[in-house]
Design a protein around this ligand. Sequence first.
Ligand code: NAP
Length: 298
Amino acid sequence: MSLRLLITGASGLLGQDVYAVARARGHQVTALTRAALDICDPAAVSAAVATAAPDVVVNCAAYTQVDRAESEPEAAHRVNADGAGTVATAAAAAGAWTVHVSTDYVFSGAKASGPYLESDPTGPQTVYGQSKLAGEAAVAAAAPDCHTIVRSAWLYGTGGPCFPGTILDLARRRPELTVVDDQIGSPTYTPHLAAALTELAESRALCGVVHVAGAGAVSWFGFASALLAAAPVCRTGAAGTPGWAAIAPCTSAEHPRPAARPAFSVLASERAGVPVLPDWRSGVAAYMAAWSAQQVAA
Ligand SMILES: NC(=O)c1ccc[n+]([C@@H]2O[C@H](COP(=O)([O-])OP(=O)(O)OC[C@H]3O[C@@H](n4cnc5c(N)ncnc54)[C@H](OP(=O)(O)O)[C@@H]3O)[C@@H](O)[C@H]2O)c1
């Protein structure tokens, strides 16, 4: 059955893929970029929801500058907490379901064994993580019976800046690279996540928090190594030589950031009916195919 979907943050990395997947599955999609709809403006959000009359609102809008959030917590909370609540409030008032995207950064990263499940206690260590956790609470309060909060992790795709794009760019300009090897997570290819979000929107059966991320676990170093191993031969390598940079592991302490990343934030679901994404290595293969096609077209 064709649904009416409203996507916020539609020009973001994930928003673009949700739009593409939902359209491909035959849904009527209203995709609003930040320029078209600021989720911090309650009157504008209500008006946009009234106009689109959606069955489901997929909130892909967020303040995602994890390091910058440490020095501007009000801005992060305004979008990730208040804005998320505003979207869910407007959706619920219009009888629509909210699919809201959250993050592995709601966890401390200190879990001793096994992936993080939905029932595990949260404990964000950063302003960004705190603002996203507050957003989860705001969505649940605004739409108690009609929301799905989807926690995902380590998103990457071809629609904007992300870790693989940065690695591929640096690896063809530098002779060597060091990449953090003591943070473990679940790389998630945005078209895979977009398909799961669309499925959750179609079913509107899972209320509350669900974990949806690329299956398996790897460090940033392992992820970067897999990307470069799958990359086509580089023709503009360092000093004009073909080939990619040499890559070596390093510690988080050697790459300090304003916002400390969780050491371990692998996500898995304990709930029935939650979409299971392909293994992260399948995401790498799909990403490299799409990235290569982009290079040829450019
Ligand atoms: N990236 C990750 O690794 C990751 C991991 C786990 C979860 N997530 C979550 O996944 C979701 C999508 O993230 P993403 O990676 O697609 O991020 P993104 O590329 O930064 O996209 C976020 C979008 O939201 C827009 N936006 C910011 N403030 C807004 C506002 N006030 N009103 C309307 N739109 C606004 C941004 O517009 P501008 O670009 O113009 O600011 C951008 O288009 C977010 O909820 C994020 O927290 C991301």
